[in-house]
Design a protein around this ligand. Sequence first.
Ligand SMILES: Cc1cc2nc3c(=O)[nH]c(=O)nc-3n(C[C@H](O)[C@H](O)[C@H](O)COP(=O)(O)OP(=O)(O)OC[C@H]3O[C@@H](n4cnc5c(N)ncnc54)[C@H](O)[C@@H]3O)c2cc1C
Length: 482
Amino acid sequence: MESIWSKTCEIGKKEALKGDIQADTVVIGGGMAGLLTAYELERSGIRTVVLEAGRIGGGQTKNTTAKITSQHGLYCRTFIEKKGKDTAEKYVQANQAAIKEYKKVICDEKIDCDLTEADAYVYSQDAEKIESEAAAARELGINASVEKQIEIPVSCAGAVKFPDQALFHPLKFMRALSEKLTVYEGSRVTEVEENLVRTACGSVRADKIVFATHFPFVNFPGMYFARMHQERSYVLALENAGTLEGMYIGDGKDSLSFRQYGKYVLLGGRGHRTGESEGGGKYEGGSYEGLREAARRLYPGSREAACWSAQDCITADQVPFIGRYAQDRPDWLVATGFQKWGMTSSMVSAMILRDIICKKENDHAEVFSPSRFSSEELPQIVKDSGKAVKGLTKRFFHIPDESLEQLRPGHGGVVETESGKAGVYKEEDGQIYQVDIVCPHLGCELVWNPDEKTWDCPCHGSRFDYEGNLLEGPAQEGICYE
Ligand SMILES: Cc1cc2nc3c(=O)[nH]c(=O)nc-3n(C[C@H](O)[C@H](O)[C@H](O)COP(=O)(O)OP(=O)(O)OC[C@H]3O[C@@H](n4cnc5c(N)ncnc54)[C@H](O)[C@@H]3O)c2cc1C
């Protein structure tokens, strides 16, 4: 399940860190947020090193849909009502500034990344909501309008249009950016101690440390695990589905996302909280099948050229956490909680973190500050604390033969044994893979995801393949038996 971006762009491999080095700033994580932060810092004269556990862009960024827009759903009216006009305005301005900065960087560095200017639309069945959102967006300084007719084949009362947004190829952009930076790949950070960052084969001592790891993996201080959850969604690249000028997203739970890349329409959707896969439930065959059903309905003559999925961190108040990691760690900074709008949010992060490190005023920083407290966070904390199970030590259980016989080939699930629960997957050829279903991050019980044949954490969104290898954090180790 390779994205269209991975299929069409190879990034040359970089060496791993070997030995102990020093830098002004070390950025942990070579995704969009990490590379942009490193780039903005280097441009300001700050010597920066990036440590990436795997490959550049190999986290969520390779599976994005890469719309560069400040239109993050229908949020302007809600933000004005809940946070006040000043905060809402700063949120919008920060994202508009991010779009401008992308265009500037791409132009200054002459980056060939298929940048296309395009308008962004949110469509809805609710005509009043659309009118109200467009008016709110205009109050916040966006030249927004209501469009009654849109080019995608969905039924709706209309759409709010934000003009002059952009689309690009995220990996082509990152490939060019990485050539200007010091990046070590295959260098997972295993420990962070004040101003020292350690990997298996070396360390970096730096004045400032930026956590751009998608989900911050140091639990205390910060407690980001209690302030965010993760949501997955799915994408199909469709051939023979026509051509779109704009980018689109629907309002509401079952909304779909549309954009063009080359000859493909990228159709996204069927999102759910990680660990709550729809497989075997609403859609026969799971979330991918749900999306395929939509593709057949909307684009009857189309052909699927690729499919993939990704997940993102969701905060309770819909605003990312960008700024100081925690009160008692003045040299640690963080960029996370992008709400599936990580292209502009990564650039907003890069600009805010650059200004904090360079001791410059930034008008937008306060809105994104992780030290803000929102009462909307409390129900989430209570909900997740119930999902933790005891004991983080790996346990191997003897699985009764009859349980294994009942499991169909190609399927996985939780099996009860005399001494506890175990996770089992049966290959098509009958081979059995057993894992411990206690998440090594904070001890939540993992659930089987039939869509992707993975073990997913319903609390914080860590994921593991059926052999137990780590796919996505915040966990930093797998669940296989040595
Ligand atoms: C289906 C889908 C579609 C989306 N489409 C859009 C869109 O159209 N527009 C938009 O704005 N946003 C979109 N998003 C959101 C966007 O893709 C993400 O927010 C963004 O890619 C996150 O970038 P990142 O750098 O924070 O994380 P990542 O790309 O995941 O980078 C984090 C990196 O940190 C590394 N890492 C982790 N732990 C360590 C460690 N201990 N040591 C060293 N390295 C480590 C990982 O290997 C990884 O490479 C979408 C999200 C989804 C789920």
